[in-house]
Design a protein around this ligand. Structure first.
Ligand code: ATP
Ligand code: MG
Length: 261
């Protein structure tokens, strides 16, 4: 389990995260949403030990990142918001192999092949990363993290550059990670992928504002369109459950509504 315990973090005297506590358990998908500059990417960097909280702590499977940031780096695979931050090699397959080689994995080739296949990008293996499209780079960055086979995966707005097919591949990879008992944190604004989450957290002004995006306690939180839509239907007594947060789920329910006689 990853635990944030009363975590605060400041950049140059400005407090960005304020007393944040949360848990990500093995085998669950947690979605984290929140407005720009609310601290989501900062929180992601704390989870994998790149940033150490000013106060409070981040504990990964019982080990605080203060004592052993490297443990977090190995257990928690972080896919950065900007795939360019993740690139270390020119050739796609070398880039995906970089992490596993670094930890001395005996099965680097198999890991790379597996990760590329999972994301449907085997055909890009020999390409120069700098010549890839934004979405293709995003998939390569995710493949690099999958190849590390971490216990937890943190994806910082992974679908921002992706079309429906790319998003579908990522969500399949996320579902497979969940079935394999991994914990996943999905930072996202995309209501379509939020539907896959077991829990939805909202970060606002550096604090966790709500544990339930369907019925937020804080009316200021800007919910994505579909969540707002389901909220309104919920107020009118139409049963709301999480699968319906997806476009498909919503269409399904709308198709079943009977017109007024
Ligand atoms: N290295 C840094 N030095 C100083 N300030 C920073 C640094 N990194 C982030 N910040 C500031 O901290 C705040 C939170 O940034 P962060 O990137 O965590 O937000 P975010 O929720 O991920 O935003 P977005 O939705 O735009 O990705 C912002 O005001 C940002 O300008
Ligand atoms: Mg961010």
């Amino acid at each position: 389990m990853i635990e944030l315990r009363h975590v605060s973090l400041s950049y140059a005297g400005t407090e960005v995260l304020k007393d944040v506590s949360l848990e990500i358990r093995p085998g669950e998908i947690v979605a984290l949403m929140g407005p720009n500059a609310s601290g989501k990417s900062t929180l992601a960097r704390i989870l994998d030990g790149l940033l150490i909280p000013g106060s409070g702590e981040c504990v990964v499977d019982g080990v605080s990142t203060k004592d052993d940031p490297l443990n977090a780096r190995l257990q928690v695979g972080l896919v950065f918001q900007d795939p360019d931050d993740q690139v270390v090699s020119r050739r796609v397959s070398d880039d995906v192999a970089f992490g596993p080689l670094n930890i001395g994995a005996p099965d680097v080739e198999a890991r790379v092949a597996d990760a590329l296949k999972t994301l449907g990008i085997e055909h890009l293996a020999d390409r120069d990363i700098q010549t890839l499209s934004g979405g293709q780079k995003q998939l390569v960055a995710i493949a690099g993290v999958l190849a590390m086979r971490p216990a937890y995966i943190v994806l910082d707005e992974p679908t921002a550059m992706l079309d429906q097919d790319g998003t579908g591949l990522i969500m399949q990879a996320v579902a497979a990670a969940k079935s394999a008992g991994k914990g996943v944190l999905l930072i996202t604004h995309d209501p379509d992928i939020m539907g896959a989450a077991d829990r939805i957290l909202v970060l606002k002004d550096g604090r966790i504002a709500s544990y339930n995006a369907i019925a937020p306690t804080d009316a200021d939180i800007e919910l994505p369109g579909l969540a707002r839509f389901w909220n309104r239907l919920g107020e009118r007594g139409i049963k709301v459950d999480r699968p319906q947060l997806t476009v498909d789920g919503t269409v399904e329910v709308l198709c079943q509504l009977k017109p007024k006689a």
